[in-house]
Design a protein around this ligand. Sequence first.
Ligand SMILES: Cc1ncc(COP(=O)(O)O)c(C=O)c1O
Length: 396
Amino acid sequence: MVKSFKIEDTAAKLVEKSTLLKVLNYIDTVDLKTPVLLMDGDRIKRNVAIIGSGIGNCKVYYAVKANPSTEAIRFLSGLDVGFEISSEGELNVLSGLEVHPERIISSNPVKTVDFIKSAYSYGIRYFSYDSLTEVEKLSQHAPWSNLYVRLSIPNEGSEWPLSKKFGVEIDDALMLLTKAKERELNPMGITFHVGSQCNNIYSWNIALDKARLLSDMARDMGINISLINIGGGYPIKYTKSVLTVEAIETHINKLIKDRFPDGSIAVHLEPGRAVVGDAGIMVSRVTGKADRPDGEKWLYIDVGVFNGLMESIGGIKYTYITETRGGGDVMGINTGIKQNWTLAGPSCDSFDVIAKNVQLYEPEVGDMVLILSGGAYTVSYASEFNGCRIPETLIV
Ligand SMILES: Cc1ncc(COP(=O)(O)O)c(C=O)c1O
């Protein structure tokens, strides 16, 4: 049956029209078991083609954590992009698809010994670090590997900050580079992460200023920095416009040329969200509705905090579109008037509340709810808590 959705201009501007049309067509032709994540392959291809193209001497490594499903990785492995991984599980997905080790780096600063061993034996030779214990582990299990030290930088302006858990200040970074050299490793790079969903272009200024300072200090100690890994952080549109890839990269490219003018520095970029986020539309269904005693209207859907929308509780605000069957009926359903809803997931846990005060046309039980820009950090965070299904990823 052909489904109908009232898609307003504000929502339509958030995702590429072709992505929306493709997903809507797919929904009409296939009897879908929900929740399911539909990913527009053409949009992923375009993202891969654009990202990194504005920065000189730049290689792009997709951060697998954003969506590690075999479907997504198989698709990406056919494109001109590398992979950034953090764990044995992520390595297993890539090795299962026979992705060449030269296409893989690992930027998790604190890795398990088992992961270091299996990554090294697979042939991976690029690792980040930010502690002495990691120098020890890497020197023992990944000798002569190329190491890049993680600097701590402010994450202001990022909706998903990453600053506190990792990174060291310049003096400690210098000490770690020196120690790595003493322990038969090849310290040759600097990395940082401005925080995920970063909409503050000046975060890259601070980061590259610090990198430049550290690089100069390292040179004085006989260590040549030939790589800057600038992490991820590129934002995507959830409910509002954000910095474009072009604007960010024009800015970064200028900064790099200015801070490292001899042109010899290689750049690694490891975007996750910007590669797959806006290519994905999560398709869910309404499982129930209720009017609670305090007057709040609750809408329950089959994807929630635990099985796909974890980021909704950490600052990411999604755009939701409900199926509207057209016309009104005796229950006052689909009368074309938007109402304020509290949106909740399928589990019994009261933590499973995705959003409050969402203006939506009232759907019926069984109707679909589309969640835009749902391609990144959704299925990768999902658990089967309470027996709820993790959405399958399908490339369409
Ligand atoms: C080391 C590292 N690299 C890359 C990324 C990807 O970042 P984003 O999805 O913001 O592009 C992350 C995200 O957590 C990360 O921790």
